[in-house]
Design a protein around this ligand. Structure first.
Ligand SMILES: Nc1ncnc2c1ncn2[C@@H]1O[C@H](COP(=O)(O)OP(=O)(O)OP(=O)(O)O)[C@@H](O)[C@H]1O
Ligand SMILES: [Mg+2]
Length: 440
């Protein structure tokens, strides 16, 4: 016996398939009259095929987006091409309740709907068949995925921020370590120079005394010259005096010694400044005179400043301030160097004004320049680590951020007043006493 030849499925079979398939199937004619309504549609809409067949789709489901859907159906009728709508763009067409929670509560079934042209008697499209696919599960998974992605990217942002903070902290640490070792180096050099300066100074005092004595002896001999009767001896002495230019020697010797003395005084001052500036012996909190700190700092950076600016001082009387003096000196140094760097050499000498004052329990130190000033943008970013407007290799952009941290450590604050072309004024406020410290 031969097996039965394959033949087209019977209409009854197809009908039962359409009826039972887990996809919504419906059809409408050009007037939107419902011509087909399968079980899926009946179950989810709560309206049986007996109730809806022959009825107008929009009359039975007034909640449908009528203008949009009419246009869609019309285009299928006219063009004969299928059309569709996706849940991502239009979450649903029919308001079918769904028992699965999407975002907490009950929500509606997410649907992809396809519109197919049907030509029942050949020729033009006489019906449009809609198939409604339930995409709720996909939508839910998608929502969970979106939540997970959002959480991940939030975490990533937090990590990036943390890494940024770590980098900044590390660099500030490096910078302050660098400053500390510069301080130590300065103090070491100062200490080493101190010894030779000491004995050069004491020798110079002896030398000065001996010279004075010898010069007075020579003067006595000179006044005795008239008594010499030996003509040969006299001419030898006169020739020697001329060759040595003795009058000049007598004049220049005291002047040379005086100049050397002045030079030594200056060296001593530099050594003192280096020591004051570094304060290495005192790395702890101490009571310091900020006017003196400002002066010693200015002397240390004088080379950076002297060709660019006149410095005016306007110091008030200040009480001793509880501080980490070496660190506050770093702040003053950063401010003074920035001020000097802001002065455009093309415009000739500028002015840097250093002022200090005292108000209630606070003292302030101000560094003002007549330099190029800052835009709002620069002012906003000035305390950011690595923010610099200076050419590569010239500024690290750490000066102000380190200064900010030092002032924070003193529970103080930095005020800034600047505008492009108007110069800049920084005022550092620090409390005279730190909290917990007994009043003197
Ligand atoms: N007195 C000032 N006048 C004009 N601009 C200033 C002044 N002080 C700071 N700035 C601006 O703020 C920026 C940051 O200053 P900061 O001292 O932190 O870094 P820097 O001077 O560029 O580099 P570094 O101090 O590390 O060598 C400077 O590049 C500059 O643009
Ligand atoms: Mg700087």
């Amino acid at each position: 016996m031969n097996p039965p030849a394959p033949s087209a499925a019977s209409p009854a079979l197809l009908e039962s398939l359409v009826e039972r398939i887990d996809v919504g199937v419906f059809a409408v004619d050009r007037d939107a009259t419902i011509a087909l309504w399968n079980r899926f549609m009946a179950v989810h809409s709560g309206k049986s095929s007996a109730e809806v067949l022959g009825q107008n789709l929009f009359a039975v489901f007034p909640e449908l987006p009528r203008p949009w859907l009419q246009k869609k159906l019309e285009s299928v009728f006219v063009l004969g091409n299928s059309a569709f709508t996706l849940w991502e763009l239009r979450p649903y067409l029919f308001r079918f309740p769904h028992t699965r929670p999407i975002t907490g509560g009950l929500d509606l079934m997410r649907q992809n709907v396809t519109f197919l042209p049907l030509r029942v008697s050949g020729g033009s499209v006489s019906l449009v068949c809609g198939t409604v696919f339930d995409y709720t599960d996909t939508a839910m998974a998608h929502a969970r995925l979106q939540d997970a992605i959002a959480a991940l990217s939030k975490e990533k942002d937090a990590q990036r921020e943390l890494i940024g903070k770590l980098e900044a902290a590390q660099n500030q640490l490096l910078q302050s370590e660098k400053m500390a070792s510069i301080g130590q180096l300065a103090a070491g050099v100062a200490h080493e120079i101190n010894n030779p300066v000491g004995f050069v100074n004491s020798n110079l005092q002896s030398l000065k005394r001996y010279c004075e004595q010898m010069l007075s002896l020579i003067a006595a001999y000179q006044s005795a010259e008239a008594q010499i009767s030996d003509a040969a001896l006299l001419s030898t002495i006169t020739a020697l005096k001329q060759a040595l230019d003795i009058e000049f020697l007598q004049e220049d010797l005291p002047a040379l010694i005086k100049e050397s003395e002045d030079g030594l005084v200056r060296i001593k001052k530099i050594v003192e400044d280096l020591k004051d500036f570094s304060h290495v012996d005192e790395s702890d909190w101490q009571h310091a005179d900020l006017n003196a700190g400002l002066d010693s700092t200015l002397n240390v950076v004088w080379n950076e400043v002297k060709y660019k600016a006149r410095v005016e001082k306007n110091y008030g009387t200040l009480p001793a301030v509880a501080c980490l003096a070496a660190q506050l000196n770093q702040v003053f140094m950063n401010l003074i160097i920035n001020a000097a760097q802001s002065l455009d050499q093309a415009q000739g000498m500028g002015t840097i004004t250093l002022s200090t004052g005292h108000q209630d329990d606070w003292v302030w130190v101000e560094v003002q320049d007549t330099g190029r000033g800052m835009s709002e943008d620069v002012k906003r970013r000035i305390f950011e680590p690595f923010f610099t407007t200076k050419p590569v290799g010239q500024g690290t952009g750490l000066g102000m951020s380190v200064s900010y941290n030092i002032v924070q450590k003193h529970h103080g604050r930095i005020e800034l007043d600047s505008a492009p072309g108007q110069g800049t004024r920084f005022r550092v406020w620090v409390p005279v006493r730190q909290t917990g410290e007994a009043a003197p």
